[in-house]
Design a protein around this ligand. Structure first.
Ligand SMILES: O=[N+]([O-])c1ccc(O[C@@H]2O[C@@H](CO)[C@H](O)[C@H]2O)cc1
Length: 511
């Protein structure tokens, strides 16, 4: 039987760029059970002396998360950070309008930053440019990063934290192009405000990096125009422009869903082109890079009722707790392939989110914490993708999709570190076995171990039992001796299972 065939050409000298460790970030928003009964649950059997769940922190380490964005998301656009610092007993609950939830205000800036520090994860903070502005943003930078002797830094010290936190990465608001955003603005209003807020924040601490809001999705009506207008106000000030993208299977259209990575690839190219167009107009040599600070599979159209249809709730309600399948996990793996192939222009990315809310980690209050199927490709990529991404040439048949046009049947990314440790990531989006010839003239490639995620066809069911079943049935070690055939003259053939994502680890040496 002949299988579809693809060819991946790899040369050790052809590289995309360094894989920034911040590509493996995630996101904790005050939304649903991400914070309360997610990372934080005093009284839980595994809670530490600060009330944070040890089981969730351990899974966060296993996931390999490097940075965490906080506190939102839509939440940040109506958040008064000052109300969330100082003795917790003096803080007042408030109604968060983004998610129509009573926020108990027990976790705030200090609790989060100290948790992140204890767990060795870099924080990425967002300021409120929805209901607030320049003064509150600059004050928060001073609270976090200022030395003793000024008002907000001294408040931090009075609240028990002497050393500045040194938060390096800051988001200038969140999704300000979205009509759902509290304090939504047009591109000119937002661009001007972001420029002034960013200027003030950098006057407090010149060492910080700034992320300006790009579009909430590629299909936003203002996409493209938004990026160019916003950057025309902020180009010299900011380091990154944000991208957000969520993918889902619409009406059983598996082919489009499996092609989501190509949609993401085109989105990145368009944002980079928009940023570079602004640079060209300004005759600027500065290059803006992307902070892809929200990405994931999210059944937004099919399962989410919309923010304004949520009832007012309290006590950590269950909001957007999507349950994932093996198919979703294959797509997540493939989205990571896309991100790696843009390592030169995407140094920061956040899987949205970390726990309970569209998340790789789930918990029960008072009970266990477990891995969703999407946990596995993320953890494996975060562990193996090190050093530099190789600039691969992929020749594969394409297939037509309703959502993304023609997309390749096979996608691939590879990384190599200074010691010659090689990682190869491959997706087969089709429903037949594919033979991939990896051509590597000039190099010796050995593939030693592999892990594979298979798509399933069963609906995902909430709870740890189903997640464990998917893990048993879809996530496995590759039999390398069967799947990989070393050829003569610098080529290796790999058989990829139908609808699968595979990661190999091995060695790359010059011939
Ligand atoms: O395309 N949309 O309709 C759409 C709607 C809401 C939306 O919100 C984003 O996703 C939420 C969950 O991660 C974050 O709080 C927010 O930044 C992102 C996209």
């Amino acid at each position: 039987m002949t299988h579809p065939h693809a060819r991946v050409t790899l040369h050790p000298d052809f590289r995309v760029g360094t894989v920034d460790r911040r590509l493996f970030g995630s996101f904790v928003e005050h939304l649903g059970r991400a914070v309360y009964t997610g990372i934080y649950e005093p009284g839980h059997p595994t809670a530490d002396e600060h009330g944070f769940r040890r089981d969730v922190a351990d899974l966060t380490h296993e996931l390999g998360v490097t940075i965490l964005r906080y506190p939102g998301g839509n939440f940040v656009s109506n958040y008064r950070w000052e109300d969330g610092v100082g003795p917790a007993r003096d803080r007042k609950p408030f109604l968060d309008l983004a998610w129509r939830t009573v926020e108990p205000n027990l976790v705030g800036t200090d609790e989060f930053l100290q948790w992140a520090e204890r767990e060795g994860v870099e924080p990425m903070m967002a300021v409120n440019l929805g209901t607030r502005g320049v003064e509150a943003a600059a004050a928060l930078v001073e609270y976090c990063n200022g030395e003793a002797g000024t008002r907000w830094a001294d408040l931090r010290i009075a609240n028990g934290r002497t050393e500045p936190y040194g938060v390096r990465l800051w988001c200038l608001g969140n999704e300000m192009d979205g009509p759902w955003q509290i304090g939504h603005k047009d591109a000119h209003e937002y661009g001007k405000l972001a420029a002034e807020a960013g200027k003030a924040m950098k006057l407090v601490d010149p060492a910080i990096s700034l992320v300006v809001c790009g579009s909430s999705a590629m299909d936003m009506p203002t996409f493209g125009e938004w990026e160019q207008t916003v950057l025309s106000y902020t180009y010299d000030l900011v380091d990154h422009i944000s991208m957000h993208a969520y993918y889902e299977e619409h009406d059983g259209d598996r082919a489009s869903f499996l092609g989501s990575g190509t949609g993401m690839d085109r989105f990145i190219r368009r944002v980079v082109a928009s940023a570079d167009a602004v640079a060209a107009r300004r005759r600027s040599d500065k290059q803006i890079t992307v902070s892809f600070d929200e990405w994931n599979v999210w059944y937004l159209d099919s399962r989410f009722p919309g923010e304004s249809n949520l009832p007012i709730q309290r006590d950590a309600p269950r909001i957007i707790e999507d349950v994932y399948s093996g198919l979703d996990a294959v797509v997540v793996g493939d989205l990571l392939v896309t991100l790696l192939n843009h390592a030169d222009r995407v140094p920061v990315a956040c899987l949205a989110q970390l726990v309970n809310v569209i998340a790789p980690i789930m918990t029960e209050p008072g009970g266990e914490a477990w891995r969703q199927p999407t946990f596995h490709p993320f953890a494996t990529t975060a562990r193996l993708a090190r050093g530099e991404a190789l600039d691969l040439r992929v020749e594969a048949p394409s297939y037509a999709t309703a959502r993304h046009g023609d997309v390749p049947l096979v996608t691939a990314a590879a990384t190599v570190d200074d010691d010659g440790a090689l990682a190869v990531f491959l997706t087969n989006r089709g429903d037949e076995v594919v033979e991939v010839e990896v051509a590597h003239a000039g190099a010796v490639v050995t593939l030693e171990q592999g892990r594979q995620m298979l798509a399933d066809r069963e609906p995902a069911v909430a709870g740890p039992e189903h997640a464990a079943k998917v893990q048993r049935e879809c996530w496995s070690t590759v039999d390398v001796a069967r799947a990989v055939t070393p050829g003569s003259g610098g080529s290796t053939t790999i058989r990829l299972a139908p609808e699968s994502w595979t990661a190999f680890e091995g060695r790359l040496a010059r011939a």
